[in-house]
Write a protein that binds this ligand. Structure first.
Ligand code: PHE
Length: 341
């Protein structure tokens, strides 16, 4: 029996020392010390021993039990410490690793150009207006003297919402002229930036959605000289002193006389290149003296008041301002492009 106990002690201690996980250790405890365990099985045979042998064997059995319990406790501590150690390794935070860079965006170059334009006009006493992109055809066309049948009203050019062609995506910011005249007190000095829509195919210079900045001045004794002087001053503010412009006669239903204004090409300085399509000039706006009929339709006495108006293409101005060669770059929103501004 003593031998039996020694065998148990030896094999149990070996197994306990080698245990690599707490579940394994618990299984060993059950195997040796549990109710149906090996040590318990041996102790159950004590009754067969002689009265002299019994206390001796009892002592040996107690020693073995104590040894196994001590070994199990020790192993439990060892395993807990190892587990903690592993956890500390797994969850370690390296405080010396550089942090992830937070990428901060910024304004789109076109809106930067718009901010500059607004600031220049506000400095000249203009008010900035905002207006609807879904517009009535009466504001976009009729009250601007573009009568029924005018080519710009065609379905092939305009996004209409209804079959009667009464509601549309505005094709120009000029309806803001009418909205200003109908709601504001004279004299009027406004600009109105925003999106406009036309059924254009996309190419280097066209997009079905683009931006305009409308401008209008109405007062007593306002002339074409004021229009030219103001717009030249704005272009010099925006593009730098000595910026060269030219005015060409043109036609718009709502201005008389009408003109277009070009700015000398920034790429070639007027020689002609792909950016200006060989012209040397970039067209940036349409303008003119507000047609007397337009004034009268909005209830302004055209004998007493005169005015001028313009509509500039914001993308074109931004391209000239930031020396961007292709319109599509403005809409593609490639971060590598945008980050340059
Ligand atoms: N609305 C015109 C266009 O889109 C531009 C313009 C505005 C012309 C104001 C004259 C006066 O082409």
């Amino acid at each position: 029996m003593k031998q039996q106990l020694e065998v148990i002690r030896k094999s149990a201690l070996e197994a306990i020392t080698a245990a690599a996980a707490s579940e394994e250790l618990e299984a060993l405890r059950v195997k040796y010390l549990g109710k149906k365990g090996e040590l318990t099985a041996v102790l159950k045979q004590m009754g067969k021993l002689s009265p002299e042998e019994r206390p001796i064997m009892g002592q040996v059995a107690n020693e073995v039990r104590a040894a196994l319990e001590a070994a199990i406790d020790e192993a439990r501590e060892r395993l807990a410490a190892a587990k903690l150690e592993q956890q500390l390794i797994d969850e370690a935070i390296d405080v010396t690793i550089p942090g992830k860079e937070v990428r901060i965006g910024h304004k789109h170059p076109m809106y930067k150009a718009l901010d500059e334009i607004k600031e220049i006009f506000v400095g000249m006493g203009f008010t900035v207006l905002d207006g609807p992109e879904v517009e009535l055809a009466s504001y976009n066309f009729d009250k601007l003297n573009a009568e029924e049948g005018h080519p710009s009203r065609d379905w092939s050019d305009t996004f209409y919402f209804d079959e009667d062609s009464r509601v549309m995506l505005r094709s120009q910011t000029s309806p803001m002229q009418v909205r200003a005249m109908e709601t504001m007190k004279l004299p009027i000095r406004i600009i109105a930036p925003g999106r406009v829509y036309r059924k254009d195919e996309v190419d280097a210079t066209h997009s079905p959605m683009f931006h305009q900045v409308e401008g209008m001045v109405i007062d007593k004794g306002v002339t074409m000289a004021d229009l030219k002087g103001t717009l030249n001053a704005v272009m010099e503010e925006l593009f730098g002193e000595g910026t060269v412009t030219r005015f060409r006669p043109h036609h718009f239903p709502f201005t008389e006389p009408s003109c277009e204004m070009d700015v000398q090409c920034h790429k070639c300085g007027g020689k002609g290149c792909p950016t200006c399509k060989g012209e040397g000039w970039i067209e940036v706006l349409g303008a003119g003296m507000v047609h007397p009929k337009v004034l009268e339709m909005s209830g302004i006495d055209s004998e007493e008041y005169t005015g001028w108006a313009f509509g500039m293409g914001l993308e074109r101005l931004a391209m000239r301002r930031f020396k961007i060669a292709d319109l599509r770059l403005i809409f593609e929103n490639d971060v590598r492009f945008l980050e340059q501004f």
